[in-house]
Design a protein around this ligand. Structure first.
Ligand SMILES: CC(C)(COP(=O)(O)OP(=O)(O)OC[C@H]1O[C@@H](n2cnc3c(N)ncnc32)[C@H](O)[C@@H]1OP(=O)(O)O)[C@@H](O)C(=O)NCCC(=O)NCCS
Length: 182
């Protein structure tokens, strides 16, 4: 059974180690979000992404889906986060199949902490959280120009399943990428 406090799922990364073939850097910790992280997570979101949300939105995702709201921290400082939503809807991968899907709503790592495996670690742990809610698939939208994020998702076995035209407010298209869970 999924357990959000399982140290195997949320390892303290004091030593360089591999988790599910993902090499994670030293001195970082992946743990579940708690409400005292809200202002730091919001600040990371505003500095890294043009898609921003009000505080109520973060708290709603936390209260409804705490297993898939995860932060990366260095000491007491939050340096990255992922937050997701579980939805009942049509499969992105099989036609006419109604399933639970884990939607990656937002993911970001502060620039100075990138390239250390935190993005992969956040997504990988969110996928485990989705499993805890019975999700069969995970999906997300990503800008066509966001090559770093597309590469990250491909490394975690997400595939482009369709394009959403003018998905973003500035008119840019989005790839919808999806994979099975687990
Ligand atoms: C996308 C993002 C979360 C990646 O975080 P990260 O901690 O640097 O990611 P990782 O270190 O785990 O890298 C994972 C993979 O991503 C890809 N990647 C990361 N940075 C990259 C870059 N600058 N160029 C190309 N690929 C890159 C690589 O495939 C990398 O795998 P590798 O280490 O085997 O080469 C981070 O760049 C970010 O916060 N970007 C701004 C916000 C954003 O775009 N969020 C996603 C919206 S859909």
């Amino acid at each position: 059974m999924f357990c959000p406090t399982d140290p195997l799922l949320y390892p303290s990364l004091k030593k360089r180690r591999k988790t599910e073939n993902i090499t994670l850097d030293t001195n970082f910790n992946l743990r579940l979000f708690n409400t005292t992280d809200t202002s730091q997570v919001m600040a990371i979101n505003r500095s890294c992404l043009p898609e921003n949300y009000n505080q109520a939105f973060y708290l709603m995702l936390y209260y409804r889906f705490p297993k898939t709201f995860i932060v990366a921290s260095a000491s007491d400082t939050v340096v990255g986060y992922i937050m997701c939503r579980i939805e009942l809807g049509l499969s992105e991968m099989q036609r006419f199949n109604l399933i639970k899907k884990g939607h990656i709503v937002s993911l970001a790592v502060l620039p100075e902490y990138r390239g250390k495996g935190l993005g992969k670690g956040l997504v990988s742990n969110a996928l485990k959280g989705m499993l805890g809610y019975g999700a069969k698939e995970s999906y997300l939208e990503v800008r066509l120009s966001n090559l770093a994020a597309i590469s990250l998702y491909e490394k975690l076995n997400f595939n482009v399943v369709r394009t959403r035209r003018s998905y973003y407010k500035d008119g840019e298209d989005a790839f919808v990428m999806a994979r099975k869970v687990p």
